[in-house]
Design a protein. Structure first.
Length: 202
């Protein structure tokens, strides 16, 4: 009973953040932030049993992020950013030693989406998503490798009400792993996938 009671205690957070925003031009903004996130009474999925919960004491995440959003030109818009995170255990428990990395928190992530309007009715998009490797769980025994994936899209507006959109996810059929439920249950990312949708506005 004491263990179960301890596991269901609410987590506590203390977050510290400082940020800046720069409007490079009227429709293009650069934002950046530094942050520290402290958590106590933390819990995690058991690395060897996804149906069980283990206590991990307390955690700290130190991070930095920078993003760029808006229009580079009248026809070219972008949305993207880079972030660095270092998430680690700050108090030891039987399940997680102090200094161990928190599972499924990569140090580096990057994304960039570009949309270009070729003509008023036709636009195309190209995006890049990149992530460095990461540990699956707090025991730090299994690593999910990093990856870089490209996506693409095409948009066609028949009129103000009707729009046709096609998306290609994982354009170059990159083999990668997207997440994990435990050290022995790791999910692969999708191979190349094509989706077409028709949107109506009323």
């Amino acid at each position: 009973l004491p263990t179960i009671t301890q596991q269901v205690k609410p987590e506590k957070f203390s977050n510290y953040e400082v940020g800046v925003k720069w409007d490079i031009r009227r429709y293009l903004s650069l934002t950046s932030a530094l942050y520290r996130l402290n958590r106590t009474n933390t819990r995690s999925i058991d690395p060897n049993n996804p149906t069980a919960i283990i206590q991990t004491g307390s955690q700290r995440t130190n991070g930095f992020e920078i993003s760029l959003n808006g229009n580079v030109t009248r026809d070219w818009s972008i949305a993207g950013g880079y972030s660095y995170q270092n998430a680690f255990i700050t108090s030891a428990t039987a399940a997680a030693a102090a200094g161990k990395q928190v599972g499924q928190v990569p140090h580096n992530t990057f994304s960039l989406w570009n949309k270009y309007q070729i003509i008023p009715k036709l636009g195309v998009g190209l995006g890049i998503i990149s992530r460095s490797d990461m540990f699956v769980a707090v025991d730090n025994t299994v690593v999910v490798p990093g990856y870089t994936r490209a996506d693409a899209a095409v948009f066609y507006s028949f009129n103000e009400r009707w729009r046709l959109q096609g998306n290609i996810e994982n354009l170059f059929n990159t083999r990668y792993f997207i997440n994990a439920d435990s050290n022995t249950n790791i999910s692969p990312g999708s191979s190349t996938a094509v989706r077409v949708g028709l949107t109506a506005r009323f």
